[in-house]
Design a protein around this ligand. Structure first.
Ligand code: GDP
Length: 240
């Protein structure tokens, strides 16, 4: 059974990952804030460019866990990219980089089987993208200049991304059985989901009702795969 290709946006905190994801989706699906680490959860979004569909993953949702330290965060983001992504957008910030964190992420991504596309964000003036050349030092090939805020360069970046996306039949993942975890707030839904999926995918909190969005994951059980939904303290269940 095939799945949609996965494109993950990976990068240091505050480089603009959520802004880029929002720009690509052309809607404000994820929480964007001036404060680093405010994206509540790792979003899964279906996106389309030049007739190719893919699942867009915003790893900014891991940043509440950044309190574990940058090293752990880098490892965690890279782990997701390694495990799941066909194409990885490594996003950096032209105003501060390349930083040690950018270099650490680049090192981790070298182990990823997915193809890496380097993007340099916050180049808001299209007439001057010279800052991007510094990023060749990361060894990830051409640094694509973008401004997620203004939408500059995002089309060219997506052209590069979809040229690397593998061909798959679309729509098949809709046929996967869908399992929902439901229950009152704080009974342990997110913890159970994480255990089943085997990855730190959902934000787990002691505070009742803090899981804000449905999180979809795939459980590999022999050859069977399911889409697993985590819900925030819902008391009704619907089966499809
Ligand atoms: P994340 O932590 O990587 O997901 O970053 P966010 O998307 O939350 O963005 C962090 C900050 O950078 C926010 O204040 C954004 O408004 C700002 N930002 C994002 N993209 C751009 C850009 O292209 N240009 C400028 N000037 N600011 C940006």
């Amino acid at each position: 059974m095939s799945r949609l290709p996965v494109v993950a946006v990976v990068g240091a905190p505050n480089v603009g990952k959520s802004s880029l994801v929002n720009r690509i989706l052309r809607r404000r699906g994820a929480v964007v804030s001036e404060e680093p680490g405010t994206t509540r959860d790792r979003g899964y979004n279906r996106a389309e460019w030049a007739g190719k569909e893919f699942e867009l993953v915003d790893t900014g949702g891991m940043e509440p866990m950044a309190k574990m330290g940058l090293e752990a965060l880098v490892t965690l983001q890279a782990k997701v990219a390694v495990e799941e992504a066909d194409v990885i957008i490594h996003l950096t910030d032209a105003r501060v980089g390349p930083t040690e964190a950018d270099a650490a992420i680049a090192r981790e991504l070298r182990r990823a089987p997915g193809k890496v596309v380097l993007a340099v964000n916050k180049l808001d003036n299209p007439a001057d993208d010279t800052d991007r050349y510094r990023f060749y030092s990361l060894g990830e090939g051409e640094p694509h200049p973008i401004s997620a805020l203004h939408g500059i360069g995002v089309g060219d970046l997506l052209d590069a991304v979809v040229s690397l996306v593998p061909e798959t039949e679309t729509g098949e993942e809709d046929e996967l059985p869908r399992l929902a975890i439901v229950g009152r707030p704080n009974v342990g839904k997110s913890t159970l989901l994480n255990r089943l999926v085997g990855a730190e995918r959902a934000v787990v909190s002691e505070v009742a009702g803090t899981t804000t969005d449905a999180v979809a994951g795939e459980v590999v059980d022999g050859v069977e795969r399911y889409v697993l939904l985590d819900t925030a303290g819902v008391s009704t269940v619907s089966y499809t």
